[in-house]
Design a protein. Structure first.
Length: 161
């Protein structure tokens, strides 16, 4: 477990790690999300994102920003739990919490080579796309596995009661 906790870093430590990786010629992939109740769709998405480069960095919304985005009652799992679960995935190299509605500041600070989001976004509308492209990076979108979502899981659990 301790090894996975080392993957969770603040923005300053993350920047240093990324710079070291880049100096070694590694390609940095970045994606972000709430990842409230981890499911197969998340795992598949993160595994495919990791294949787009050498290191996968996940920006994880704090509890406060999840509530702002998803409403009261969310997140179901707190940020420490969510960050440790994401860090436990072998496809993930680094987890960085951010407390804004969007990861623009985080992307601007970390300057990944590849920015990845789900195909429910148009590439030109992805937050941080211009920053990444300006630095010579690229933006990719990945399809989700249909039928897998945190909201759907929550609805199914509610129906059990």
């Amino acid at each position: 477990m301790a090894e996975n906790v080392k993957k969770i870093q603040d923005i300053n430590a993350a920047r240093q790690m990324i710079n070291t990786w880049k100096l070694g010629g590694e390609t940095i992939v970045f994606t972000n999300g709430c990842f409230d109740i981890l499911h197969l769709g998340h795992v598949d998405y993160l595994e495919r994102a990791a294949q787009l480069g050498d290191r996968l960095v996940v920006g994880l919304n704090t509890d406060e920003s999840v509530t702002q985005l998803k409403g009261s009652g969310r997140p179901v799992q707190d940020q420490e739990t969510r960050s440790r679960i994401i860090a436990a995935l072998s496809s993930v190299d680094l987890v960085v919490l951010f407390n804004e509605k969007t990861p623009l500041n985080l992307i601007t600070e970390l300057l990944p080579d590849v920015l990845v989001k789900g195909s429910d976004y148009l590439a030109e509308n992805i937050v941080g796309a211009e920053v990444v492209k300006k630095e010579g990076g690229r933006v990719e979108t990945l399809d989700f596995i249909e039928g897998h979502s945190t909201s759907r899981i929550i609805e199914r659990i509610k129906k059990l009661n």
